[in-house]
Design a protein around this ligand. Structure first.
Ligand SMILES: Nc1ncnc2c1ncn2[C@@H]1O[C@H](COP(=O)(O)OP(=O)(O)OP(=O)(O)O)[C@@H](O)[C@H]1O
Ligand SMILES: [Mg+2]
Length: 345
């Protein structure tokens, strides 16, 4: 089922512009992640899709060919999974998963078959008769997911479903979830403020800021070609290069680097993996700190501007703290970015 939002916005009674009029389309079977800081409007947008909140900017929400804008929540057939599992504590796991199907008045045999199928897919069979209060957090979240997908929703909405879990469980469940959604070909919107989660799970990521979608695209695109500084800093950590622009070169405190072509109002940004320690590099810096992170070292560098820059360093050993190093910053690794989409217009 495709999902199409046209001009969907929400301003609350107190004047808070939670979601500015927004367009978004999600293809059949696609997983789109809404990624953004707290308060940027993710949950509000999700609630409007579900029918729990009325859009007030005019506009339209369509599931496939049908206009659901004025349909109440119970007719939209959306599945929802939240951070708090919101399971029925007095019911067994099996009864929780079958709840939506019972509401749909599915014949008993079909209901049982569907519950079995979903339990198997979510690897919950061994616990089927248990009370949900006797399950771990990760198991409960799998039950919440199983309950949401059992009625075969037209669209599945997930609002930070993994954020209450500890880190290792979160990673495992994230991969399971992605696999499950793909196997069922479920059209899904996945809200998170964790960039790793968004990049890992989504076909496309929509980065939101202050009620607007700042950029939407495949994870690689957002990372490699962020449309603004906000996106560059929110997805991965990009750092500003400080200095004076002279034509296409940037005069830094301890040397100059060549910049890509860009219009006025664009500033140079770089990611840690694009700064290389190289004895032939044109810029010099002082090593302030070295952190070993398993796959690489993270090296803190001073002397290029007012702020510290960081570079990743592969290899068996890292430069000594306090030593002077030379750096190369290839032009292709520099991103010229406007402050935000709005200021670029
Ligand atoms: N019922 C409401 N009445 C007034 N303002 C609201 C209401 N619900 C949300 N808001 C405001 O709308 C804005 C967007 O809220 P929303 O819950 O959509 O953010 P979010 O991106 O989901 O944040 P978080 O990551 O913290 O969950 C916030 O400024 C919030 O305070
Ligand atoms: Mg929220």
């Amino acid at each position: 089922m495709t999902l199409t939002l046209t001009n969907i916005g929400k301003t609350f009674a107190d004047g808070t512009r939670a979601v500015r009029p927004t367009d978004l389309s999600v293809a059949e079977g696609e997983i789109v992640s809404l990624l953004g800081p707290s308060g940027c409007g993710k949950t509000t947008l999700l609630r409007m899709i579900a029918g729990l909140e009325n859009p007030d900017a005019g506009g339209q929400i369509r599931f496939g060919d049908s206009d659901v804008t004025s349909q109440p929540v119970e007719r939209r057939q959306v599945g929802m999974v939240f951070q708090s599992y919101a399971l029925f504590p007095n019911m067994s796991l099996r009864a929780n998963v079958g709840y939506g199907l019972k509401m749909q008045k599915l014949p008993r045999a079909e209901l049982d078959a569907r519950v079995e199928e979903v339990l198997a897919l979510c690897r919950l069979e061994p616990y089927a008769e248990r009370a949900v209060t006797a399950l771990s957090g990760g198991q409960r979240q799998r039950v919440a997911l199983a309950r949401a997908i059992a009625p075969r929703p037209r669209v599945l909405l997930l609002d930070e479903p993994l954020s209450a879990l500890d880190a290792s469980l979160r990673d495992a469940l994230r991969d399971e979830l992605a696999e499950l959604l793909r196997r069922f070909n479920i059209t899904a919107i996945f809200v998170t403020h964790d960039q790793t989660e968004a990049l890992a799970i989504a076909d496309r990521v929509a980065v939101m800021q202050a009620g607007r979608i700042e950029q939407i695209g495949a994870p690689e695109l957002l990372y490699r070609q962020p449309a603004s500084r906000f996106v560059a800093e929110f997805v991965g950590d990009a750092m500003a290069l400080e200095g004076r622009r002279e034509g296409t070169s940037l005069q830094m405190r301890n040397g100059a680097v060549a910049l890509p072509d860009a219009g006025a109002g664009h500033l140079p940004y770089v990611r840690a993996e694009n700064i290389q320690i190289s004895h032939t590099g044109p810029v010099s810096a002082r090593v302030e700190a070295v952190t070993f992170l398993g796959t690489h070292y993270r090296v803190a560098l001073s002397g290029l501007g007012d702020n510290m820059l960081y570079c990743t360093h592969q290899g068996d050993s890292a430069p000594r703290v306090g030593s002077e190093v030379r750096l190369a910053i290839p032009t292709a690794g520099i991103m010229m970015l406007p402050r935000s989409q709005e200021s670029a217009r």
